[in-house]
Design a protein around this ligand. Sequence first.
Ligand code: XBP
Ligand code: MG
Length: 236
Amino acid sequence: QLRAIIFDVDGTLAETERVGHRVAFNQAFAERQLGWHWSEDHYAQLLHIGGGKERIRHFIAQGAAPLPQDWQGEPDLLRLHQRKNQIYQERLDQGQIQLRPGVLRLMQAARSKGVQLAIATTSSPSNAIALIQKLIGPEAPSWFTVIAAGDMVPHKKPAPDIYQFTLEALDLLPQECVVIEDSEPGVRAARACHLPVIATLHDYTRGQDFSQANWVVTHLGEADNPCTVLQGAPQT
Ligand code: XBP
Ligand code: MG
């Protein structure tokens, strides 16, 4: 019996990366006069690294990023990331980001049937909460039994930590839940915990390997915008 739906946030609830996080990273880089710019193609590759701080660290470690003379390492990186999140949340407030089809419908249907909702995201808790408050409503955080996010666990997706944490907090078995994800690292993280996964595709993750997902769909679908099932049999 289905007892909980666990949602990823970025790419799953909304397409936050292209017009949200990526633009915010670039603006924070420009403000700090770093001369760095993440194009859409480059960012698609960087998305394999979960977490904003980890993504910047990886970019620097690749050696292609010129560092200014006064760069202080980790404290500077943390300031840069904090500023990125501020810009991201301003963009959210300005209405630059919308929910994907079917997300709200599925949440409302689950709630009406007593199925719990949870969030398991690599993104910072403040970003996840700002997104659901802005796009669903100020009371929306109370819809979720668990909001597991960011640094609450030591290792980010594709490590299974955030899904393990969410399962323990829900106190449910994997087969009593279903996960909605949009990326290969996210699918791998959930499958490592034996959770069933529905992957909803979008342009940024379309080329990734979703062979581990139980179902792959174009999106969650609305009455006037039905989804297409690309992998796995729809359950009757
Ligand atoms: C999302 C991410 C995040 C966001 C930025 O992954 O990887 O890093 O890009 O978030 P998922 P922060 O959808 O699998 O959770 O900068 O707040 O870390
Ligand atoms: Mg995602």
